[in-house]
Design a protein around this ligand. Sequence first.
Ligand code: AMP
Length: 178
Amino acid sequence: MTIQDKLQQAIRNVPDFPKPGIQFKDITPIFLDAKLCDEIAENIINNFLHNPGKIDAICAIESRGFFIGILIANKLQIPLFPVRKAGKLPAKTKSFTYELEYGSATLEVHTGVIKPGWNVMVHDDLLATGGTAIAAAELVKSEGGNVAGFSFVVELGFLNGRERLSKYSDKIVSIIQF
Ligand code: AMP
């Protein structure tokens, strides 16, 4: 069975969550399967590093980006730092506010965590419109890092997030697309 088949089976579609009309891709069943988690991390590492590039750190996006993000960082033995929703990080932070369909959202990163010139891979569970990943990329750049690319487990291709992210890096990896 391919990794895409395994993900297809593991990911649960929840209609009308968190609001009517949204097909929510619930990835939590993936974490019940330790071997599948390992395969996902290996797949992202192979696809990402294949097309060349050394990465110095992983920027993991709250909260579902943390799970596989830390596995990848641990396998590569490189640092991971979190990007979180406003008010969650305890020390001094830098913020980036972006527009959502209704209203706006703010993401934050601890200042000084990114070493100058670090090549950073931005990681999240799912790419939809790309707004969240762009906010993380902007934070990486504003703290002196380079955006080495993006990785996701799931990509919702019909929302064209990939096109928006290509302004930051052409290295955009996802395992399964819907
Ligand atoms: P976006 O900023 O539009 O690319 O949205 C990506 C973020 O929202 C990720 O952190 C996802 O976890 C979450 N997200 C957006 N749409 C969905 C969806 N249909 N199913 C699950 N998570 C989603």
